[in-house]
Design a protein around this ligand. Structure first.
Ligand SMILES: Nc1ncnc2c1ncn2[C@@H]1O[C@H](COP(=O)(O)OP(=O)(O)O)[C@@H](O)[C@H]1O
Ligand SMILES: [Mg+2]
Length: 109
């Protein structure tokens, strides 16, 4: 039987509060205990996990969203063997990830 995958989401309604730093440090700590770790930066506007890990991925989540690549195809190996999916700095799909005022209003009522 395959082992269960544990997912930890680090999220916030605001940018610049330390999500990436926390995620990278958590991923590194888990990897150091011998666990297989995959880090996905799902930020489609200001993703920076690749920058902080010194990676230069050729493909990112934008290519998955557009259907050009699968999730498996955009994985790059980072430090400590951490597998990474990169988000995007200024994604073409940014508009889809950032709801307009009317949408937010409709969701809040
Ligand atoms: N615990 C912390 N103490 C001081 N500065 C921090 C801390 N965590 C993050 N930062 C700094 O805050 C900024 C934003 O962090 P980041 O992890 O990229 O935020 P987010 O992913 O939420 O946008 C970076 O310059 C980072 O170095
Ligand atoms: Mg971030």
């Amino acid at each position: 039987m395959p082992e269960a995958v544990r997912v930890i989401a680090v999220a916030s309604g605001k940018g610049g509060v330390g999500k990436t730093k926390v995620s990278i440090n958590l991923a590194a700590a888990l990897a150091q205990t011998g666990q297989q770790v995959m880090l996905m930066d799902a930020d489609l506007g200001l993703a920076n996990v690749d920058v902080l890990l010194g990676l230069e991925p050729a493909f990112d989540l934008q290519h998955v969203i557009s259907g050009e690549k699968s999730l498996d195809e955009i994985i790059v190996k980072g430090p400590l063997g951490i597998s990474c999916h990169s988000g995007k700095f200024w994604c073409r799909a940014y508009g889809r990830a950032n709801l307009g005022r009317a949408c937010k209003f409709n969701l809040s009522i």
